[in-house]
Design a protein around this ligand. Structure first.
Ligand code: NAP
Length: 329
């Protein structure tokens, strides 16, 4: 007989900041055909979750209330529905859902899951889907390769750090914009750091040693003007609005979108396994501290990714090194 599972998850009844999130407990239904129940170990925290929750992102404005939070997760299969053969109880998986990952458990179609390579940490696996999928899709569109010198804004953040490392992995010369505090971090990744702010075009030219052939603006301020000033070729600039479109497409629930999201996730897992990129988790929060995690993200100075964890960090709290050793602006 299958034991019923109580799921603790975060939902909201109205638009707002992270304080509208409420912890709710309910009994999870048994997984349906081709579904499994995953006990979540880690789940990513993304700006898109916040944009949807605040009502800024309108793609799902007609969704019924209450609404659930969270799209990236990694965890362990604890129950299989009818027809599931590729996974079993105990399978370690990475997955994506449009919402509902900020919870202890989720029922999800096997079409949204890939097997977690053993050498990937739970934190990396749980925070990988939306940031990594956005990075990979954007680089695919630009066909980044050996001949490129690419500028990536917010290169120390969740999306930017994956983009920058993958562009480097594919042979490009990569210039990343950041504040002073992230120069060492980007250098360790083989990325050339350039401070954002007035005079940035000259600083980029100084280190580019030739034409800038592509530009990805994650941060979304003045990127287009800067791309023009740097002479970036037509079609090789990606704005923050382009990024929004990529993220929305990765979250869509129709079968084609789910399939292509899972394909990107599979590629990411493989690239991470090869060591093509690392994902620094500089904020790891217990699930119950979800409001704090979103407030950390909202400050826009995360390094790498902010991730929620269910069991491992629930029993103790750690100070973040970036808060202990650095005075934020
Ligand atoms: N258009 C959209 O739909 C959309 C969707 C999601 C996110 N975004 C935006 O994209 C940005 C990056 O996304 P993410 O998910 O990678 O976020 P993230 O992890 O929160 O990115 C934080 C990074 O942004 C950097 N940063 C702060 N101020 C900057 C500036 N003026 N210029 C360049 N970089 C700056 C920080 O570097 P320092 O600490 O060194 O300053 C930090 O490493 C965020 O600002 C977010 O608001 C846009």
């Amino acid at each position: 007989m299958t034991r019923s599972i109580e799921v603790v998850g975060y939902q909201y009844d109205r638009h707002g900041d992270a304080t509208v999130l409420e912890q709710r407990t309910r009994v999870l239904s048994a997984p349906g055909p081709n579904e499994v129940t995953v006990e979540i170990v880690c789940a990513g925290v993304n700006h898109m979750d916040a944009l949807i929750r605040r009502g800024v992102e309108q793609a799902w404005a007609d969704d019924p209330w209450p609404r659930s939070s969270g799209s990236d997760f990694a965890g362990i299969v604890v129950a299989c529905g009818p027809g599931v053969t590729a996974l079993h109880r105990g399978s370690e998986v990475i997955g994506h859902v449009r919402s509902g990952a900020h919870a202890t458990h989720v029922n999800v179609s096997v079409a949204s899951l890939v097997v977690k390579p053993r050498n990937l940490s739970w934190e990396l696996a749980g925070g990988m889907f939306l940031a990594g999928g956005t990075a990979l899709t954007t680089l695919d569109e630009l066909r980044i390769g050996h001949d490129d010198t690419i500028v990536i804004s917010a290169a120390a953040g969740g999306v930017g750090s994956i983009e920058a490392q993958l562009a480097k992995h594919w042979g490009a010369r990569v210039i990343g914009t950041c504040g002073d505090r992230n120069f060492d971090y980007l250098r360790q990744l083989g990325i050339i750091p350039v401070k954002y702010g007035d005079g940035i075009a000259d600083r980029i030219r100084h280190v580019a040693h030739g034409p800038v052939t592509a530009f990805i603006d994650n941060f979304g301020k003045d990127g287009e003007g800067l791309a023009v000033e740097l002479g970036v070729p037509d079609g090789r600039y990606r704005s923050s609005a382009d990024r929004r479109d990529v993220e929305v497409a990765l979250l869509r629930e129709d079968p084609d979108s789910v399939r292509s999201g899972t394909t990107q996730l599979q590629r990411l897992a493989h690239l991470a396994q090869l060591g093509a990129f690392r994902l620094l988790v500089s904020g790891l929060y217990p699930l119950a501290d979800i409001v704090e995690a979103f407030e950390d993200l909202d400050r826009l100075h995360a390094r790498g990714k902010i991730v929620l964890a269910t069991h491992p960090v629930a029993a103790y709290r750690t100070l973040r090194a970036r808060d202990v050793h650095e005075a934020l602006p």
